[in-house]
Structures are given as structure tokens and as C-alpha cells.
Design a protein around this ligand. Structure first.
Ligand SMILES: Nc1ncnc2c1ncn2[C@@H]1O[C@H](COP(=O)(O)OP(=O)(O)OP(=O)(O)O)[C@@H](O)[C@H]1O
Length: 341
């Protein structure tokens, strides 16, 4: 659906050249929800602007829907862009127009007749859960409802790709969840390809099939969300994953336990899918002469399956601890010793 081949984007500034996107290769498949995560300045906005043709790459190729958008003329680019829509962090609604008129706006530009526009707006209001709100003004709506208008407007011309630019960053957690649910439902109902940029791993965890992690313009890690959660490779990815799997309180507990039990070992187990149902812990306690304290445990649900972490403190003699850890390894559970103190 979308392919980036050795794409770089450089900006010349008074301070010198900034490489906002650095030799990126990506393939985004039709119908998937693909997330791009990174901290501020990583290059996410530039990436999304490259995908909708608002920026031209300094080098490399971008293929959207079988069209190489870096070399086509303005007219052809406009045709491709009609199939690529976007929603924004601050909604970008027209405040002097009603909800229905906002949604209708791209249809007017496309020259759709009034009767057809009316029918399509009605359909879209239902799709995004805003039935009966067509005559409201944006200022009369909550943040989540404003984003629903943004989504309806973006879908008006039946795009094939929806780009989401930090679409839930201005919303509270509960509203974020409802907007993410809506994105999943339209992805499934309409077969729409969704590309989102975010700095929140919760968003990736909840709705994405695959993720690319960006740092300093580079895609430093990419893969299936469940795999990335299970086995993050880069330091930055580990930080993002821990945003979801470890609370600050638990980090504090780990530190405290490290001080309280200087001879023990703290280990983190990562379970995926069926492993979350195995009685590994009870077998560990029965088979080895170990004191086992549970420091923290949770199960997160990603779009592709369950993922759980369990932090244990193992106390006993060094041999028993090593054997216990070896036993867990043998169960093919990803194990990491957090401290050796
Ligand atoms: N038009 C521009 N001119 C000069 N530098 C730019 C321009 N656009 C982006 N940059 C620089 O490119 C780098 C990447 O910026 P970008 O906005 O893509 O990152 P980001 O990950 O989206 O961060 P944020 O979430 O803060 O927007 C930054 O160093 C930024 O200052």
C-alpha cells in the first residue's frame, strides 16, 4: 500500500543542515494499522507530511497505492491525495460551520451534489456515533466528539489511507480509548489502512498491528507489536515498552526490594499468548528451594494477543536461584535479571 525506499528529508537552516528523516525504508500493508512512535523531534511529523505529499523527500522514493508520488506532477499527486486523508491533534475544524457542514466540506470541494452530500453526511454521523449532532457547532462538543467530527470529515471522500497525527494526544485517557475503538472499528468495517504517529506506547499497544520506532530521523526498530513488546531491542524501545508495562510505583518497589534483600535476584518474566496460562510459578516454587516474592504482575492486551510481565524476587542460595532461572528459560519464557545486588 505504502512503501518508503531510502527516504531522507533534510532541512537547511541557519544553524546548518537538519536530517529530519534519515534513509528510512518502510512497507505498510493494505488494511493494517501501522504506528510510528518517537519522542519530540524524532521526525514523525515530517514522515507523515512526506506520506501525504506535503513535503518532498530530499532523496528516495515514496510509493502510495502503486504510484511513485515523488516524481508525479501536481495533478496526479492531487488524485493520489484524494485517497489519503488525515486527522489532527487539535481537530482543525471550521468553527463557524456546523458539524454537518464541517463533514460536508470536502464533499463540496469534490463537487458532490447537495442531495448526495446530505445522505453521505447522515451516514458518516451514524458511523462515528454523532447521530443527531449535525446542527451543533464544534464549540458545543467535547474533545472526543470534535475528533469524531474530524474522523467523519476525513472519511467523507472514501479514502484508502487515514493518517493520524497525534490524534488522541489532546484527549483524556477514557476519551482516548473511545476514539481508538472507533479507529479500529472503521479499520475493520471499511478495510481502511491507518498510519498513526504518537509518542504514547498505550496507543500502539491498543490498536496497532505493527510499529516503527523513530529516533533522530532513523527508524531504529520495526516489527509486529506483540513481538516488539515481547522482545524490544533498542534502549529507546525498551523505554517505550516500560511506559506501559511498569508503573512508577513498581519501579520504586524494585528499588526498595533491591535494598531490602541484598542477596536476592529480581527477575522480569515476559509471557506471550498461551504462555500466560501456564503454571510456571507454582512449578518454580515446588521444584526449587526458593523464596519467591511477586513484586509486580500485569497482562496487557495488544491487537495481536496477550502479553504479560511478572517481576519476581528470588531468594535462596546462588545455585538454587541459577537453577530456577534456567528452569524458567526452559519454559521459553523471556527472562531478564533486573538486578544482581
Ligand atoms: N520546516 C522545517 N525546517 C527546519 N527544520 C525542521 C522543519 N521541520 C522539521 N524540522 C526539524 O526536523 C526534526 C524533526 O522534526 P519533526 O517535527 O518531524 O519531529 P516530531 O517527531 O514530529 O516531533 P514533534 O512531535 O515535536 O513535532 C526536528 O529537529 C525539527 O526541528
Amino acid at each position: 500500500m505504502i512503501s518508503l525506499k531510502n527516504v531522507s528529508k533534510k532541512f537547511s537552516t541557519k544553524q546548518g543542515t537538519i536530517v529530519a528523516v534519515d534513509d528510512v525504508n518502510l512497507d505498510i500493508k493494505k488494511g493494517e494499522i501501522f504506528g510510528i512512535i518517537g519522542y519530540s523531534g524524532a521526525g514523525k511529523s515530517t514522515m507523515i507530511r512526506l506520506l501525504n505529499g506535503l513535503e518532498k523527500p530530499t532523496s528516495g522514493q515514496i510509493i502510495v497505492n502503486n504510484k511513485e508520488i515523488t516524481s508525479i506532477n501536481e495533478e496526479k499527486l492531487r488524485q493520489v491525495r484524494q485517497k489519503v486523508s488525515m486527522i489532527f491533534q487539535h481537530f482543525n475544524l471550521l468553527w463557524s460551520r456546523t458539524v454537518a457542514e464541517n463533514i460536508s466540506f470536502p464533499l463540496e470541494i469534490a463537487g458532490i451534489s447537495k442531495v448526495e452530500r446530505f445522505a453521505r453526511v447522515k451516514e458518516l454521523l451514524e458511523l462515528v456515533g454523532l447521530d443527531g449532532r449535525g446542527d451543533y457547532y464544534p464549540s458545543q462538543l467535547s474533545g472526543g466528539q470534535k475528533q469524531r467530527v474530524g474522523i467523519a470529515r476525513a472519511l467523507a471522500n472514501r479514502p484508502e489511507v487515514l493518517l493520524c497525527d497525534e490524534a488522541t494526544s489532546a484527549l483524556d485517557p477514557e476519551t482516548t480509548d473511545s476514539i481508538l475503538d472507533l479507529l479500529v472499528s472503521i479499520n475493520e468495517k471499511l478495510g481502511l489502512t491507518i498510519v498513526l504517529i504518537t509518542h504514547e506506547m498505550q496507543v500502539i499497544q491498543k490498536i496497532c498491528n505493527r510499529v516503527a520506532v523513530m529516533e533522530n530521523g532513523l527508524v531504529v526498530e520495526e516489527g509486529d507489536v506483540l513481538e516488539v513488546f515481547q522482545n524490544p531491542q533498542q534502549a529507546i524501545t525498551k523505554r517505550f515498552v516500560s511506559q506501559v508495562s511498569e508503573t512508577n510505583q513498581a519501579k520504586q518497589t524494585i528499588q526498595n526490594l533491591g535494598e531490602l534483600y541484598p542477596n536476592g535476584k529480581l527477575i522480569k518474566l515476559v509471557f506471550v499468548g498461551d504462555q500466560t496460562e501456564q503454571p510456571i510459578l507454582s512449578r518454580l516454587i515446588k521444584q526449587f528451594d526458593l523464596e519467591v516474592n511477586i513484586v509486580q504482575g500485569n497482562i496487557s492486551h495488544t491487537k495481536s494477543g496477550a502479553y504479560g510481565t511478572l517481576i519476581l524476587q528470588l531468594d535462596g542460595d546462588a545455585k538454587a536461584i541459577d537453577e530456577g532461572i534456567r528452569f524458567i528459560h526452559e519454559q521459553k519464557v523471556n527472562t531478564e535479571v533486573i538486578n544482581n545486588d
